[in-house]
Design a binder for this molecule. Structure first.
Ligand code: MN
Length: 256
């Protein structure tokens, strides 16, 4: 079994080092990760500047690009083989609810999924790497289950996993849940630069809006590891009929 491991916090982040150490005897693991922090880069690809790949002393390869760049070039030429599983993380902080739209951690896993490879994104629910050893152990357990039950041989899937920052004996079993929702982000922060210009800093993500039972927010608040299967189709299937009718009505009105 071969695993491609990436992240969005950069190849030196404690989360990817811990996950590599946890997975290295489960499968053959190759790391291709961003050189620098690429949080909130989602699925971005770098098209207008060249990408370089270097190998660190520990064997990790790092790229001056985004998480999706790393997985993309790994799968389209760098590795020279097709991994059985793409793994991303462990991220420094939660990727729940609407975070998944922006997340570079999810973006790296999603790039694997788009190439038809099963993929898992792992995040700790709080920043700071507290109980990272426990999170790595649970991530390892989940990956092992996927490999042992041959789930990696099936059609591709994408799992978003969030692990509460708790010691191993306090972490509750994995719970499959839907994404919750967040409030709109907090206000932009402005400062004045030394040259007198206004600088804008994106504000923090909002608190949970939907954290009801069945969501990732709810499960992790109870101490469970949340597992959410994701899909990429953004079509609003429920609204297809409504918009078909509306567009027909509008074009009929234009003709009269
Ligand atoms: Mn991150």
């Amino acid at each position: 079994m071969k695993i491609l491991l990436s992240n969005d916090d950069g190849y030196q982040a404690p989360g990817i080092v811990a996950l590599y150490e946890a997975l290295r005897d489960v499968a053959e693991v190759e790391v291709v990760a961003p050189e620098h922090n690429n949080s909130a880069k989602s699925n971005a690809l770098t098209l207008h500047s060249p990408l370089y790949v270097h190998r660190a002393a520990n064997g990790f390869r790092y790229v001056n690009g985004t998480p999706a760049d790393c997985v993309h070039i790994a799968l389209t030429g760098l590795l020279g083989y097709r991994p059985d599983l793409v793994v991303s993380g462990i991220n420094n902080g939660a990727n729940m609810g609407d975070d998944t739209i922006y997340s570079g951690t999810v973006g790296a896993a999603m790039e694997g999924y788009l190439f038809g490879i099963p993929a898992m994104a792992f995040s700790q629910t709080e920043k700071g790497w507290k109980h990272l050893d426990a999170a790595a152990a649970r991530a390892r357990e989940l990956v092992q289950q996927m490999l042992a039950h041959r789930l990696v041989d099936s059609k591709p899937w994408l799992l978003n996993v969030n692990i509460p920052c708790l010691p191993l004996d306090e972490l509750k079993p994995a719970k499959v849940c839907r994404l919750g929702r967040r409030h709109a982000a907090e206000a932009v922060i402005t400062q004045t630069s030394p040259r007198g210009e206004t600088m804008y800093w994106i504000g923090a993500a909002g608190p949970a809006l939907d954290e009801s039972e069945g969501t990732d927010f709810h499960a992790t608040a109870q101490g469970h590891v949340s597992v959410t299967p994701l899909k990429v189709d953004l079509s609003d299937h429920d609204m297809l009929g409504y918009w078909a009718q509306s567009m027909t009505r509008l074009s009929a009105r234009e003709r009269t």
